[in-house]
Every structure is written in structure tokens, then in C-alpha cells.
Design a protein around this ligand. Structure first.
Ligand code: FRU
Length: 497
């Protein structure tokens, strides 16, 4: 397929999208067909929330990047819209890479994205030139600005390289637009650059907001920057990260930096740095501020390293996380699924004060589209159990395991038996707080995924699973004696809420 015009993409969607729905998750956004990666342009527009995404409709592999498009009123039910951008100009012929969106004061929708141009250098190697571009539209159709690119190599700070200069996150404050963009600095690691504009078209460089200085991975990707609960928060996705204990894992990671925004120097004075999500599949998060003030985050529920690993006959590749409400508590970024998810809870099954000693299944506790809370405590504080396990997506052959060990303060998730026909990293160990063996889990499942929230959102961990849908049993186990309260709901997004 070589016609990468928007018309070709929209015709392709018209023809093939209707056939692709049987195996979709119920409330996690996918591309419908083809490939999806980063969330883009997640922002309110005319009373609804729009979400664009990195998209290649023609294959389940990454290809020249388009922008796919959906919108929602409640973050759970999504309406699919036609593809919004295709790589059809010289400056974006290598792809319309990640970016963001904002509503303009006159009601138009401004998209800001990275245009990539690939050129073969004198040494025969392909070199990539990345510049920032804008397109303006009405929520469905967008026109690229004739003056693109709006931010190019001439607006980089000294030593910056336009080979790695991408992923603008735009917002409006007062009567100005601002944008944070990642760039490879002279030390070959990531910087976040801050730009401002009066009209969205003419931009000027303001400052280096934050520097990696080779401390958290190498190049950074997909920045987001916003105030929250009295602090400023910077989210970035570092590549070539090295593991640091259980806090950061190697490869493509995600990091939250919190601190004070010094408005004189326009720099973030960071005070706290921690991982955003401790699972296997989470990257490139992006946030918006909802009409009611909530800061809501969505991310690509995938990891580059395992993104070639999928089921052969699945007609789409890539899904988003459930949108999550953010807050800061005890100096950490907390996250929980948007409260709107609770509207779609049906068929409540509840058990209180259940003794878990050995392995136990409970009538009505099963399923693959579910929202389940499990709170546990020891029978006697003097003799704490050694481990507690929850098995989900289980049958004779499959299971996904969540295991808690109070003595070391870790939760392990193991998806070795969760349907992947690939030999990839399947286990993640997560540091948690659990004083005296008291801990709370929330498990959200939507066919191909498991999202775990520990202690009301103090830690979150996201996992793709490909376990056959028939494997829906759940059981609980402990080596000692503990007491559990369990509430489980099915999630039904067909109902009208
Ligand atoms: C992050 C990323 C971005 C880039 C996009 C390309 O996942 O590498 O930096 O804009 O994906 O699809």
C-alpha cells in the first residue's frame, strides 16, 4: 500500500472497519483495524472529549503514521470518527508523529503534531528530520497549515538536534498557547523544551523546562506538563532506561517528575521522581483536564519491545488503558479508573470476612469483563501469612497470577500462562506499601487486558493478556490464614447510562 493520502485511509476504513468488531475489548480504545500506538490530542472539544492516536490502518504493524480518531462523552463509550491526518506533505512524508490538540477561542480545533521527513544521507543511511506542524479543523476534518512547519531546527536551543525533536503537548493558559516538546540535547539525552505562541502558528522558544542529563534513560518521548494538587507534574517516556531496583525497568519506561515550576526561569525544580505504571504494558501517557477539573490520563497499553507479539489472527494491534483520574497524595501520583466506569457495573457479587486458607473459589466470582475489589488482612497480626494469590483468566491450562508478599512488600504479576505464543518478559514485581499485611487490590479486566490498582491507586500496573475468552475462572489462595472482603461487578457497556 503506497497511497498514504487521507482519502485512501478513509476509504480503507469504510471498506474494512465493519468486519473488525467481533473481538474488540468493550471499553478500551483500539484502532478498530490496523495498528495503534500513542494517544494524541486527548482534549475537550465542544463539550466532548476527543482522542486521536498514532495509527497505521493498513497493517497490524507500525507503518507511516496517520492519526486515527475517536471521541467520547464519558471516557468509556467511544465513537469512531474517520482518520484525521495522513502523511501526505513533504514535511510529514515520513509520518505524522505524536502530538496534541486544543480548542481555539473561535471554536476551531487546533492539532499540533510532529512532521517527519526521512532523507538518505551521504553515507547511505536514512536520517530523520522532525519538525512541529499544525492542522486546524472542526472535530472531523482538518487542514494542514500552509505555513508548516511552525517550529523547526532554527528554533532549537544550542546543541539541540532536529533528528529527535517531537511529540508536542499543547495547552492554553491566559491568552497564550504553550507547548512542551522533547529534544535530544548536546549530551545525547532528552530535554523538554517549552515554547509559547499568541495564535498557535507563530511560536517562540522559552526555556529548557527539564533535562534528562543521562539520568533517566536516554532520549525522552511524549512529554506532558500540568499543575495538580499544588505541584507541577511532568510525565515523560524515556527510552533506553536502565533498571533501578524495582522502581524502573529497562527499555521503554515511563516517569513522573513532580516539583515546583519556577516561573522566573521557566524550569521545573523536581522534587520527586517515580514510575507512573509498574506493569508490562504502558507507554506515552497523555492527560487532559475535564470540564469538572479532573486531570485524566490515558496511555498506550503496550510496550515497544513486545509490540510485535500478538495473536496471529487478531485484526487489530494496540489498545489504550482505561482513562484514569490523577491526584497527588503523600507525595505520589495516584491513579484510579475514571469514576464513569462505575456506571457500567452490573451483577454485583459481594463476600465479606471470607477466610482464605489454602485455595478457594467463590460462586459468582469469575469473568473477563470485570471490576473487582479485594481487601485482605491477617486473621491475627501476630502471625502474618507469607503470601496471598489471586488467579484470574483461569482454566485448566491458563491463568494470570497476582501474588502479594507482605514480608518483602511486593506484588508480582505473572502472565506466563496468559495466551502469548511468544517467549517474552511476562513477570513484573511491584514495590507496594502494606503495613501488617493489610492491602487492597482493584482489578479491571476487559478481555485482552488486566489493570491493577493497589491501595486506592497508590500503584497502578497494566498488562496485555491474550488468554482465550473462555478462561474466566478466578480463585484466591494463601499459605496461612487471612480474611478477605471481595466485591465483583461485571462491566456491561451495552447498557445506556
Ligand atoms: C512514542 C513514539 C513517539 C513518536 C511516535 C511514533 O511511542 O516513538 O516519540 O512520535 O511514537 O509513532
Amino acid at each position: 500500500m503506497s497511497d498514504h493520502s487521507l482519502k485512501a485511509a478513509r476509504d480503507f476504513e469504510q471498506k474494512y472497519l465493519p468486519f473488525s468488531y467481533a473481538e474488540q475489548p468493550k471499553f478500551h480504545v483500539t484502532g478498530g483495524i490496523g495498528w495503534l500506538n500513542d494517544p494524541n490530542g486527548f482534549a475537550p472539544y465542544k463539550g466532548e472529549y476527543h482522542l486521536f492516536f498514532q495509527y497505521y490502518p493498513y497493517d497490524v504493524r507500525w507503518g507511516p503514521m496517520h492519526w486515527g480518531h475517536v471521541k467520547t462523552k464519558d471516557f468509556i463509550k467511544w465513537e469512531r470518527l474517520p482518520a484525521a491526518l495522513a502523511p501526505d506533505m513533504e514535511y510529514d512524508s515520513g509520518g505524522c508523529f505524536s502530538g496534541s490538540a486544543v480548542e481555539m477561542p473561535d471554536g476551531r480545533h487546533l492539532l499540533m503534531y510532529t512532521g517527519v521527513r526521512n532523507v538518505r544521507g551521504e553515507n547511505g543511511r536514512i536520517e530523520s528530520f522532525q519538525t512541529q506542524c499544525v492542522a486546524v479543523g472542526d472535530g472531523i476534518d482538518y487542514e494542514k497549515y500552509e505555513g508548516n512547519p511552525v517550529i523547526g531546527a532554527d528554533m532549537l536551543p544550542e546543541g539541540g538536534s532536529c533528528k529527535d525533536f517531537r511529540d508536542p503537548k499543547i495547552w492554553r493558559e491566559g491568552d497564550k498557547y504553550f507547548s512542551v516538546i522533547v529534544n535530544e540535547g548536546p549530551d545525547k539525552s532528552g530535554n523538554v523544551l517549552l515554547y509559547e505562541s499568541q495564535d498557535g502558528y507563530q511560536w517562540k522558544f522559552v526555556s529548557i523546562l527539564a533535562e534528562c542529563a543521562n539520568r533517566y534513560g536516554k532520549m525522552w518521548e511524549c512529554p506532558d506538563f500540568f499543575p495538580l494538587d499544588g505541584r507541577h507534574v511532568l510525565l515523560v517516556s524515556p527510552i533506553e532506561m536502565s533498571a533501578q531496583g524495582l522502581e524502573f525497568h529497562p527499555g521503554n519506561a515511563t516517569v513522573c517528575m513532580m516539583g515546583k515550576f519556577d516561573r522566573k526561569t521557566n524550569r521545573l525544580m523536581r522534587e520527586v521522581v517515580h514510575a507512573i505504571d509498574y506493569g508490562l504494558d504502558f507507554y506515552a501517557p497523555q492527560t487532559l483536564q475535564a470540564e469538572d477539573g479532573r486531570r485524566i490520563m490515558i496511555a498506550w497499553m503496550q510496550n515497544w519491545e513486545t509490540s510485535a507479539c500478538r495473536l496471529h489472527d487478531l485484526g487489530f494491534m494496540g489498545q489504550m488503558t482505561v482513562p484514569r483520574e490523577l491526584s497527588i497524595k503523600n507525595g505520589r501520583l495516584y491513579q484510579l479508573p475514571v469514576r464513569e466506569l462505575e456506571r457500567y457495573r452490573v451483577s454485583k457479587v459481594e463476600y465479606e470476612n471470607i477466610l482464605v486458607s489454602g485455595e478457594l473459589s467463590l460462586s459468582g466470582i469469575n469473568g473477563r469483563y470485570l471490576d473487582m475489589e479485594v481487601s485482605i488482612r491477617p486473621v491475627d497480626v501476630g502471625s502474618i501469612y507469607k503470601w496471598f494469590r489471586i488467579y484470574v483468566a483461569k482454566d485448566g491450562e491458563h491463568y494470570t497470577l497476582i501474588r502479594f508478599r507482605p514480608d518483602v512488600g511486593t506484588v508480582k504479576v505473572d502472565r506466563t500462562h496468559s495466551g502469548f505464543p511468544h517467549d517474552i518478559v511476562n513477570i513484573r514485581e511491584i514495590p507496594v506499601n502494606a503495613v501488617n499485611g493489610v492491602i487492597k487490590f482493584r482489578v479491571v479486566m476487559d478481555r485482552y487486558s488486566l489493570e491493577l490498582f493497589v491501595n486506592d491507586g497508590e500503584q497502578a500496573a497494566s498488562f496485555v493478556i491474550y488468554t482465550p475468552i473462555e478462561a474466566g475462572a478466578i480463585s484466591f489462595a494463601s499459605d496461612g490464614n487471612l480474611i478477605a472482603d471481595i466485591v465483583k461487578y461485571e462491566l456491561d457497556t451495552e447498557i445506556d447510562r
